[in-house]
Ligand binder design. Structure first.
Ligand code: ADP
Ligand code: MG
Length: 702
């Protein structure tokens, strides 16, 4: 249970005065949450820059185009003429050196009067301009009286925003949230505090949101760094806790004599690559050790992870135990079973699939066979970890496309057996430095080489204005019997802001169908599982030549005959996603082409992304470029944390801190693995604060 101390921070933002349903919706979007954000989410949204309002010139000395704070006396008002509401409402004010016009467009009646009563002294802050030779300030950012002015630091944080959300109202909400911050115990050890010169957590949070110096908001400054360290420490500690649980010695050895593996290898229509062989050897070795395996098999899309997983499963089957393979989507699970089943059969392995679709009697039968030990390898989705799924002797859990699963799911699967060995498959190439952040000190096997015979992919960026040509090209490809993916970002017209340009998959399907008739199919995430399978099967068999799809084909779908991919609105996709999508082609022996259709004008970031994708198919390089670009995105004020899943820490700035947080976590695990005592309590608090508390129940109440 979350310490009660933290409850105020987990109150919904709508509990703040002035934050209503409209704000709620905007904040969800801004903070990337599907539910109402909590105060803690707001507080972890850090400023991108500052506005310095400390310049306090006299009107006569102020330079145009700069942000200044003027001390003025209000002289007179000139409201908009009654019949011309588009003319601005003007307020004339002055000091002893001159006059300034304060300009308000579409001012609400009474609003300006109240802010700037005639005769009063006010401080107004904003960008000074000249209009008709006269100093002018349009919509001052701040208008305050003497008392309020005394409260201002003169430096305002500027936050990444979303359309419709005013900076002022976000600042107000953050300010209110800060006031709810409870006194929290210190969780970092005194040595680290001293060595890194970290300020206390509360001070750090206050200073980044209410900067006193311009440098207070810099990501590499002491305040942000402290917060980043906290977040990283929470992550590392959670991983260490989980690992210490998983690493309990396994009583049994889980690999047999290799007879099943040999049968499978003999049945393969290809030879394993050297790195596949190495990975299998490393895994088998782990399985033989009396310690649990915790291994990450990392390999770019198409590198052939599935067969490695199958061989690992066969190894535990050799000693009469069971294996499970969990995939994030039903399509993927079905595809795995399709590749695996024929091979497994040759070795006499009994495989089955369990997803949300197996229901009633069918499901009961599978569960009965599983419990009786009559299934050797169960492939499926989240359905594998439902409570009533009982294995007779689960010894190996393979988790595919790990980044889609949380720690919770990983744990749930491993708790279905005694000392289950864990193999995680990840297609998202993660630069080495980051593996640590996500997986702790897992052992890593890498499939760096592609299976032989793969052809390079020719990738080109094409403006949408050449759509006609692209369609004609697709038509020619279809005629010559090629298989084409056509990817669109969205299924239906969405009301989400800024998406009105995005091509809708259904619409594109209809227009392509007009040209090419029945050769065109459609697949999207809102279709039923069985529907998706049918379409996928038709595409795989060639019954459909052109498949219009949303990103449901992003992970793992394998149709080697597909050699052309068109990605619409490619500028909208992230690098990793483009790479994953493109990985669906170039899997067969035929040369492949990928066309990135983009809408002009192309922003700098999008241009950079498309260039990277055009230049390389090396997933590791792409991942590195991705991080680099995201880092720059932060500078541009785009909301992107360089580390997915981390809100404060950034790979480009806080790389050093990752290692230090890890060391600190290991020290804690050595000295106080059950997180007891005062410091233990404080650390639990940290885990809950950053929502890395999955492992806390494992260590008991302390
Ligand atoms: P991923 O690593 O993306 O999960 P898959 O396991 O789906 O890749 O494999 C991609 C394709 O490569 C599959 O069609 C598979 O049969 C094939 N494949 C796997 N290993 C080899 C190999 N050593 N030689 C040739 N083809 C292979
Ligand atoms: Mg795969």
């Amino acid at each position: 249970m979350r310490p009660a101390l933290l409850n105020p921070l987990f109150a919904p933002v709508t509990s703040l005065p002035g934050v209503g349903p409209k704000q709620d919706k905007l904040l969800r979007y801004l903070l990337g949450r599907s539910e109402t954000p909590r105060l803690v989410d707001l507080l972890m949204h850090l400023p991108a820059s500052v506005i310095d309002r400390r310049a306090r010139p006299k009107i006569g000395e102020a330079s145009p185009g700069t942000v200044v704070t003027l001390e003025v006396t209000v002289d007179r008002h000139r409201p908009s003429p009654p019949r011309n509401s588009r003319a601005p409402y003007l307020v004339y004010a002055s000091d002893e050196t001159g006059d300034v016009v304060l300009t308000f467009f579409r001012a609400k009646p009474g609003y300006v009067d109240k802010l700037l009563p005639v005769g009063a002294k006010r401080y107004v802050s904003g960008t000074l301009q000249f209009y008709d030779g006269m100093p002018q300030m349009v919509h001052p950012d701040r208008i305050v009286d003497e008392a309020a002015f005394a409260q201002l630091s003169g430096i305002d944080p500027v936050y990444p925003l979303t359309e419709g959300l005013a900076l002022g109202s976000l600042r107000r909400a953050v300010g209110q949230a800060l006031q709810k911050l409870p006194a929290l115990p210190e969780w970092i050890s005194p040595e680290v505090i001293r060595r890194c010169k970290f300020p206390p957590f509360a001070e750090a949070l206050h200073r980044v949101h209410q900067p006193v110096e311009l440098t207070d908001i810099l990501p590499d400054g002491p305040f942000w760094s402290r917060l980043a360290f906290d977040e990283l420490l929470a992550g590392q500690l959670a991983l260490a806790l989980i690992r210490s649980q998983l690493r309990r010695p396994a009583g049994d050895r889980n690999a047999g004599d290799g007879h099943l593996r040999r049968k499978i290898i003999d049945a393969l229509p290809y030879a394993l690559t050297a790195s596949q062989r190495e990975a299998v050897a490393a895994i088998t070795d782990d399985l033989r050790q009396p310690v649990r395996m915790l291994r990450l098999l990392q390999g770019d899309v198409g590198s052939g992870k599935t067969v490695v997983a199958l061989l690992a499963a066969a190894a535990v089957n050799e000693v009469g135990k069971q294996a499970a393979l969990m995939a994030p989507t039903e399509i993927l699970a079905r595809q795995h079973i399709k590749t695996i089943a024929p091979l497994a059969e040759r070795a006499g392995l009994r495989v089955a699939i369990l997803t949300g679709r197996e229901k009633g009697k069918e499901r009961r039968d599978i569960l009965a066979r599983l419990a009786a030990g009559e299934i050797d390898l169960l492939v499926g989705t989240h359905a594998l970890i439902q409570e009533d799924v009982v294995y007779r002797s689960l010894a190996l859990a393979v988790v595919d496309e790990q980044h889609r699963f949380g720690v919770r799911e990983r744990l749930a699967l491993t708790s279905k057996g005694e000392a289950v060995d864990v193999l995680v498959l990840s297609a998202t190439p993660i630069p080495r430095t980051l593996v640590l952040t996500y997986f702790g000190d897992m052992d890593v096997s890498e499939l760096r080489e592609k299976p032989a015979g793969r052809q390079p992919i020719d990738t080109r960026a094409v403006p949408l204005s050449r759509l006609e040509e692209v369609m004609e090209g697709a038509g020619r490809a279809l005629k010559s019997g090629k298989r084409v993916y056509w990817i669109c970002p969205l299924v239906e017209e969405s009301e989400a802001e800024g998406t009105e340009h995005l091509t809708n998959a259904t619409q594109r399907f209809e227009s392509l169908q007009k040209h090419f008739g029945d050769a065109v199919g459609l697949m999207h995430g809102q279709m039923k599982g069985s529907e998706k399978d049918r379409v996928m099967a038709q595409f795989a068999s060639g019954e459909i030549g052109l498949l219009v799809a949303t990103t449901v084909v992003e992970v793992g779908v394998d149709v080697p005959a597909a050699s052309i991919m068109v990605i619409e609105n490619a500028e909208r996709f992230g690098l990793a996603q483009l790479h994953q999508l493109r990985g669906r082609i170039g899997r067969g022996s035929e040369a492949s082409t990928c066309l990135l259709l983009y809408r002009e004008p192309l922003g700098e970031m999008s241009k950079a992304r498309l260039n990277v994708i055009r230049e390389t198919t090396d997933g590791f390089r792409i991942a590195e470029e991705d991080l680099r670009l995201r880092g720059e995105g932060d500078v541009l004020g785009v909301r992107q944390s360089g580390l997915p899943g981390y809100r404060v820490a950034r790979s480009d700035v806080h790389g050093q801190l990752i290692a230090q947080a890890r060391e600190e976590a290991l020290r804690i695990m050595k000295k106080n693995p059950r997180l007891t005592g005062e410091r233990g309590e404080a650390l639990r608090c940290l885990l809950y604060l950053f929502e890395r508390d999955e492992a806390v129940p494992l260590i008991g109440a302390g």
